[in-house]
Design a protein around this ligand. Structure first.
Ligand SMILES: C[S@@+](CC[C@H](N)C(=O)[O-])C[C@H]1O[C@@H](n2cnc3c(N)ncnc32)[C@H](O)[C@@H]1O
Length: 329
């Protein structure tokens, strides 16, 4: 069948319009929307917004970090695992790996960059005799974390708005300093490690989980640079460093020993696509929000997929870094 000329013209016009539209959308999606603006207020404001929207909490629950997928779960299909439960498993595994699951004599515990305080509350339940403090840049997270602690009947946990790079605490205050996926936002990662070391008691434990970029080969191609830059800028990260660099910073303090590292990419990588999948299975919290939220969620899906690919391709690594503060004679 031969199409009449006006129909051919309309089809060509429609195809051209669709191509222009697709190019424009790609350009907008390729331009990061929330670059780190050099201020702590900026990061705090982003988390205030995420907290108030409630979408993040609906999908991720009380933990804003990746989940841990066991070998069996990975073998039988990560999509069958429980998305939120994987985050609780992560905290357990982090505690076990950092040798922090037997601190019965702990008096004070610090959760640096605590989000809504998921880890803080687990630590507070595990160590009811210890006082757990979570610090964050977001006042809304302090409010929500406190609300959840009251709901869970926990009297030994508190949340404060405080900058991790300039903490109000005396030297040698905490038995455990826990930092789960907060280092990504730090504009001075050396100071981050030094400050956490300063407030740690001699003999105390420091455990850090952080998205890192590869150390080797050290040179990034132009394409890799631009992929990393997008990942920095989309979620307010100044930059990432390597696992090895974190370990060097720990060594450089002169006060830490028993420094250990690991790369948990295999254990955590499923989280990225699992995040997308839970939204596809249950889109209603987003559907019943505003068009502004729809657009934000589209952007999040793009970033989640790009994160997945960066970890899959070895451009990014999942850093686990631990140490013990030396007991000086
Ligand atoms: C990805 S969330 C991780 C939250 C939490 N650790 C968890 O696992 O659920 C990053 C957190 O780091 C906090 N953060 C970023 N920069 C910070 C800073 N300079 N001082 C204190 N907290 C900071 C943010 O406010 C946010 O709570």
């Amino acid at each position: 069948m031969v199409m009449p000329a006006p129909a051919v013209g309309a089809a060509v016009g429609f195809a051209a319009l669709a191509a222009v539209l697709a190019r424009s959308i790609k350009k907008v999606l390729d331009t990061p929307s929330r670059p780190y603006n050099g201020s702590f207020e900026g990061v705090g404001k982003e988390y205030d917004e995420w907290t108030n929207e409630g979408i993040l909490e609906k999908f991720w629950g009380e933990h804003i970090h990746l989940g841990y997928y066991t070998e069996e779960e990975r073998a039988s299909g990560w999509w069958k695992a429980n998305f939120k439960q994987a985050k609780y498993v992560f905290v357990d595994k982090m505690m076990e790996w950092g040798d922090a699951d037997n601190l019965e004599n702990a008096e004070r515990i610090l959760d640096v960059g605590c989000g809504f305080g998921g880890s803080s509350r687990i630590l507070a339940k595990k160590y009811p005799d210890a006082k757990v403090t979570g610090i964050t840049l977001s006042r809304e997270q302090v409010r929500r974390g406190t609300e959840l602690a009251v709901e869970q009947d926990l009297a030994n946990v508190e949340f404060k708005a405080m900058d991790a790079l300039h903490m109000d605490y005396e030297d040698n205050t905490f038995d455990l300093v826990w930092a789960c996926e907060s280092g990504e936002h730090m504009p001075d990662k050396q100071k981050y490690i030094e400050e956490m070391t300063r407030v740690l008691k001699p003999g105390g434990k420091l455990i850090v989980a952080c998205w890192c970029q590869r150390e080797s080969p050290p040179k990034f191609s132009e394409e890799e640079r631009s992929r990393l830059q997008f990942l920095y800028d989309e979620w307010s990260h100044p930059f990432f460093i390597s696992i090895e660099q974190f370990a060097r910073f720990m060594k450089g303090t002169g006060s830490l020993e028993k420094i250990g590292t690991d790369n948990w990419v295999q254990q955590t990588i499923a989280s990225w696509r699992h995040s997308i999948l839970v939204g596809v299975i249950n889109p209603w919290p987003v559907v019943f929000s505003s068009p502004v939220v729809w657009w934000k969620v589209i952007r999040e899906i793009v970033c989640l997929e790009r994160m997945h690919r960066a970890f899959r391709d070895g451009l990014m690594t999942y850093g686990m870094i631990k140490a013990v503060k030396k007991i000086q004679n």
